[in-house]
Ligand binder design. Structure first.
Ligand SMILES: [Mn+2]
Length: 469
């Protein structure tokens, strides 16, 4: 039995990295995402596979524009005349928060699309394929609203809520396992954060908000394959493959945090075991890359250069940028701003598919900009209030900022902090997609406190310093 497993389509996302196609009036990144999904479905049909599993996160939110829903439906509907059954799992981006929820994908059940199953609850579906029946346990995105009432969750810390969720999830999963027919192959299709997944774009969505599921919940011998969704980086969490626990990853780059990742889908084969063995079925799987658009970061430090403009142009020249989504980040000393001609940089980047330019100003020797604050300020609260005293423009939110800082420092976010450690034990700092302007600024540089991401616009701020907006 052959199965195509794909996930995290996020169709309609990433528009910031595209432009309007004058021929269609559509964002080119939308067209890229449609192209990738088309290629995956093409493969399902040409193979042909016996089943397609979608691991969740169809769109950036539960109410996509009609043309986006239509493009998604048009691709998956190609499976219907080919008699290839499909399971659409509900991810966190697919759920609607109003009333009893519902999801962007529930419409497929309402319409009774032949062969299509919507996984929006923890349950086992027995699906008849042309190569026989298979059991799919669907485990959609779980959060506190799924398994807990507000009253129960109200006075608990994040860690306590997560534990309670696990306590409730375990018997539900156990109940499904007990009902399984041992003569049929079984796949778990789940949208979740497993506790040792290396994260891509979902990292910040997860911290403090999501909850993680121990890998041991999934590595059960009664499962022949665990098909995951949620994390955008392809990976198998269980190297011994008993069973494989696989994130296929997203099918296109959603943002720059996915710059270096291969994108694609997974082909799974489940066959009855030939010789007598402890397991009835044998599973093999293969990651199949899709030819997606290239993203490139060109990062150059010209803060000590006598000819920063030429150095930046040379760095651009070294990279193949045609049809590529480019972000240029350069670090510059504030006294050399006049040496950069932004118009020339725009010209040099004009063959890119899309580009952004981010300038980071490196202040010399990182001298403190507020003389009251020497090198020896030990108390961050003192530092914050000194900073706020020097920022009359922030006075209306100063009290709120101090309150928030107090809360952060008081240890109330202990749960969040330890959750973070649990979430990304392996990721290196360069995989974290923080706004690059923050990386090299001193803690008192206001750009570090300003969450708005800097783009190409420049203006003078109240300190008379050049700042990116
Ligand atoms: Mn997700």
């Amino acid at each position: 039995m052959k199965i195509l497993h794909l996930s995290d389509i996020h169709m309609g996302g990433g528009f910031a990295h595209g432009k309007i196609d004058p021929e269609t009036g559509l964002n080119t990144r939308f067209q890229d995402f449609v192209k990738s999904l088309t290629k995956a479905i093409d493969r399902a049909l040409s193979e042909p596979v016996d089943l397609v599993l979608f691991g969740g996160d169809a769109f950036p939110d539960a109410t996509p524009a009609p043309y986006i829903q239509q493009a998604f439906a048009a691709q998956f509907y190609r499976l219907v005349p080919a008699n290839i059954p499909l399971v659409l799992l509900v991810g966190n981006h697919d759920r609607h928060s109003q009333g009893q929820g519902g999801a962007s994908l529930s419409i497929y059940r309402s319409l009774g699309v032949p062969g299509t199953t919507v996984g929006d609850a923890i349950e086992t579906h027995t699906i008849n394929t042309r190569s026989g029946a298979i059991q799919i346990i669907t485990l959609p995105w779980i959060d506190r609203s799924t398994l807990l009432t507000r009253e129960i969750a109200e006075n608990l810390s994040i860690l306590e809520v997560n534990q309670l969720l696990l306590d409730r999830l375990q018997p539900r999963l156990e109940g499904e396992i007990r009902k399984l027919n041992p003569d049929l192959p079984t796949i778990v299709l789940a949208h979740l954060m497993a506790d040792n997944a290396t994260l891509g774009a979902e990292k910040f969505l997860a911290v403090g908000k999501g909850f993680t599921i121990p890998l041991s919940f999934l590595t059960r011998s009664c499962f022949d394959y665990v098909a995951l969704g949620h994390v955008h980086r392809h990976q198998n969490l269980n190297k011994t493959n008993d069973p494989a626990v696989v994130y296929p990853g997203s099918i296109e780059r959603v943002d720059f945090s996915e710059e270096k990742e291969d994108k694609g889908y997974v082909m799974v084969t489940i066959e009855p075991t030939q010789q007598p063995a402890s397991k009835s079925f044998e599973t093999t799987w293969e990651f199949c890359p899709l030819p997606v658009r290239t993203f490139r970061t060109i990062k150059i430090d010209v803060s000590k250069s006598e000819q920063p403009q030429l150095d930046i142009l040379a760095a651009i020249d070294k990279v193949e940028i045609a049809d590529v989504v480019v972000r240029l980040i350069y670090q510059l000393s504030p006294d050399r701003v006049e040496l950069i001609s932004t118009a020339t940089l725009h010209e040099a980047l004009s063959t890119a598919h899309h580009y952004t330019i981010q300038a980071e100003l490196i202040s010399q020797l990182s001298q403190p900009r507020l003389p009251e604050l020497g090198c020896s300020v030990g108390d961050p609260m003192v530092a914050l209030s000194t900073y706020l005293d020097n920022r009359p423009d922030l006075q209306d939110i100063a009290t709120a900022m101090i309150a928030a800082a107090n809360e952060l420092l008081s240890g109330d976010n202990l749960g969040v902090a330890s959750n973070r450690v649990l979430l990304d034990p392996e990721s290196s700092p360069d995989e974290i997609d923080i706004s690059p302007s923050v990386e090299h600024s001193s803690p008192l540089d206001h750009s570090a406190l300003d969450k708005s991401s800097p783009r190409q616009t420049k203006s003078k701020n109240t300190d008379g310093q050049l700042t990116l907006l």
